[in-house]
Design a protein around this ligand. Structure first.
Ligand SMILES: C[S@@+](CC[C@H](N)C(=O)[O-])C[C@H]1O[C@@H](n2cnc3c(N)ncnc32)[C@H](O)[C@@H]1O
Length: 221
């Protein structure tokens, strides 16, 4: 996500000083660190990758961010005012289980702020082309809205960001190609080839409307 998109989502989900924020699948917490630095929220980031959590902690420096290594679901005990899930909804094959856990972790009036890769599930042919296809589970908008409604979450804001995410995927593809020798030296030729294939597919799908990207906020009644 671009910084302006992250700021917009933070504003729409009313993140501010002292607001408790749980960031699921935080990665190295680029968005989480930006939001914490600019809002003064109380931030907890979770990711199942130990090395990623270690990097996130080091990058956070003196920021009042907390991180834990955890596989979600389940979610930690406690009530949060905001749950974030950025660029990771597609990793969950069962959105119903995830969203039910999110609803439980939110206090009444709490907000679930997330990005969504929207579209029909991948066909077997598309799955065969996509590296790590077991982490790519698309869902159609109507189905997700119904799943949210079932657990008491109502969409209060949404915005399509397919064009900017397409532009980012294209720019990343160009960079991967331009710096391919150095990247291959660091991560290996096979991992680089997979990254290039994945970015090619995302560029194609986002550019051609096969997948659409949205930022949303859903509120707990
Ligand atoms: C594409 S990154 C997104 C990182 C971050 N949210 C961002 O927007 O920059 C997805 C992250 O989700 C983590 N992840 C995927 N499935 C997970 C799960 N079930 N539990 C915890 N972390 C998970 C991965 O380790 C990875 O760091």
């Amino acid at each position: 996500m671009r910084a302006d998109e992250i700021r917009q989502l933070a504003r729409r989900s009313r993140i501010g000083r002292g607001v408790s924020v749980l960031d699921l699948c935080c990665g190295v917490a680029g968005p989480g660190r930006l939001i914490t630095a600019e809002s003064g929220c109380r931030y907890l980031g979770l990711d199942y990758s130990a090395s990623t959590v270690e990097i996130a902690r080091a990058l956070a420096g003196d920021l009042p961010c907390r991180f834990e290594q955890a596989h979600v679901p389940p979610l930690p005990d406690g009530r949060f005012e905001v749950v974030l899930l950025l660029e990771a909804m597609l990793a969950f094959p069962d959105k119903r289980v995830l969203v039910r856990n999110v609803a439980r972790a939110l206090e009444p009036g709490g907000r679930f702020a997330f990005t969504l890769e929207e579209g029909r599930p991948l066909t077997p042919r598309e799955r065969a082309r996509m590296p790590d296809a077991d982490t790519v589970w698309l869902i159609e908008s109507a189905e997700l809205t119904a799943v949210l409604r079932e657990v008491g979450l109502t969409v209060t804001w949404q915005e399509e960001c397919s064009a900017s995410h397409h532009a980012t995927a294209v720019a990343m593809l160009q960079s991967l190609r331009a710096d391919s020798a150095e990247i291959a030296r660091q991560i290996g030729a096979r991992a680089l080839a997979e990254l290039i294939t994945a970015h090619q597919l995302w560029s194609e799908w986002l550019g051609g409307g096969r997948v659409r990207k949205f930022a949303l906020v859903a509120e707990k009644r």
